[in-house]
Design a protein around this ligand. Structure first.
Ligand SMILES: [Zn+2]
Ligand SMILES: [Zn+2]
Length: 367
């Protein structure tokens, strides 16, 4: 960047009085004020430049430093002055304007954006059973949301009546505070920037233009959906305003633990409890899975913790053809009570086992 000459920027000579500098700055500021020069992209730069120049030359101490050492001299003093050289034009202006006029404001004036606005997205959680997530389910979900008032069509005024143009701001939503040579826009306090004042508020929405509604929405949860999955239901969020489209509804899936089944990835896991004799001899059993009865062949010499697999009977993968497996984990149960007959048989069994394979248990029985 070329060396800045603040005197040149303001169009004054080096021995100009403080009054002359102030006058020159006012002239520049009026000509290049961004609010007056929407079509000239250079105006903002020029305005910024003039303000920077004035921030230095308008201050006796800074002007002295600048005269002696130039911009570098100001920079090297850093600290308290560094803000003047930042690119944040609005914060700089705020400071300068505050100094000049004893109040602060922003140039955009806090005007509220008008025209169609999209409604907010909403989110909620839905708890499914493991079976529902396995098979897929359609559910009605209650949604509490905001939308435009039908009675006044979102305008906030009683039907047939229209809102009055705000007398304070003339409908612009901004109030200009004029102090001598230029003005700053601030949000109108009478209409909060809307530009209109509702004299006859709609009874349904009390002039808000918005109402709350509770609605039941059908949501389809596809087979295989998992905990933490999120479904988007397009257009079922909060209603838009002034013709804007509604937001979307996001449904977060939670899954309740099942008594018998668990999900492991895309596999469905079942804990099968069997007796000693079933484990030793093998057996055929059937279990009631979510999508029908499954016949299970327990092999002879089944071990505790052993896993059996029935292919393609697990969870469907959402939007895919493949399925996980049904896994059956064997749980060999020690009997908690024994009938006299069972007790006799176990004793006989024990006698047969003794001496047959001592190393199996690495212990000897003491009677
Ligand atoms: Zn209304
Ligand atoms: Zn107003």
């Amino acid at each position: 960047m070329a060396k800045k000459d603040y005197y040149q920027i303001l169009g004054v000579n080096r021995n100009a009085s403080a009054e002359e500098i102030k006058k020159a700055y006012r002239k520049m500021a009026m000509r290049h004020h961004p609010d007056r020069n929407h079509d000239d992209p250079e105006a903002e730069d020029k305005f910024k430049e003039a303000s920077e120049a004035y921030s230095v030359l308008g201050n006796v101490e800074k002007r002295q430093i600048y005269d002696q050492y130039g911009v570098e001299g100001l920079r090297s003093r850093g600290g308290q002055d560094s803000g003047f050289f930042s690119d944040s034009i609005f914060s700089d202006f705020g400071d300068i304007l505050g100094d000049l006029f004893g109040f602060s404001g922003s140039f955009s004036g806090g005007r509220q954006r008008r025209g169609p606005r999209k409604g907010n997205d909403l989110g909620l959680e839905v708890m499914l059973t493991l079976e529902e997530s396995f098979l897929g389910v359609e559910k009605e979900i209650g949604v509490d949301r905001e939308r435009n008032c039908d009675v006044c069509d979102g305008a906030g005024s009683e039907p047939g009546k229209s809102a009055d143009v705000c007398s304070k701001c003339g409908g612009s939503g901004n109030v200009r505070m004029s102090q001598g040579f230029f003005s700053i826009a601030t949000t109108c306090s009478s209409c909060q920037g809307r530009g209109r004042v509702i004299a006859h508020p709609c009874k349904t929405c009390r002039g808000q233009g918005r109402v709350r509604e509770s609605k039941k929405i059908k949501v389809i949860f596809p087979a295989g959906i998992d905990a933490g999955n999120r479904l988007r239901v397009t257009g079922e969020g909060a209603g838009g305003s002034e013709g804007g489209s509604p937001g979307d509804l996001y449904v977060m899936v939670k899954i309740k633990a099942d008594k018998y089944f668990q999900r492991h990835g895309n596999d469905l896991l079942f804990q099968l409890s069997i007796t000693f004799s079933q484990a030793a001899l093998g057996d055929h059993v059937s279990i009631k899975a979510f999508d029908g009865t499954e016949k299970i062949k327990i092999p002879a010499a089944a071990q505790n913790g052993q896993m059996l697999k029935i292919k393609n009977k697990g969870f469907r993968q959402v939007n895919r053809w493949s399925r996980g497996d049904l896994l059956i984990q064997i749980n060999v149960m020690t009997p908690q009570t024994l009938s006299r007959q069972e007790s006799e048989l176990f004793k006989k069994l024990r006698e047969l086992e003794t001496g047959k394979d001592k190393t199996l248990f690495e212990s000897e029985r003491i009677d």
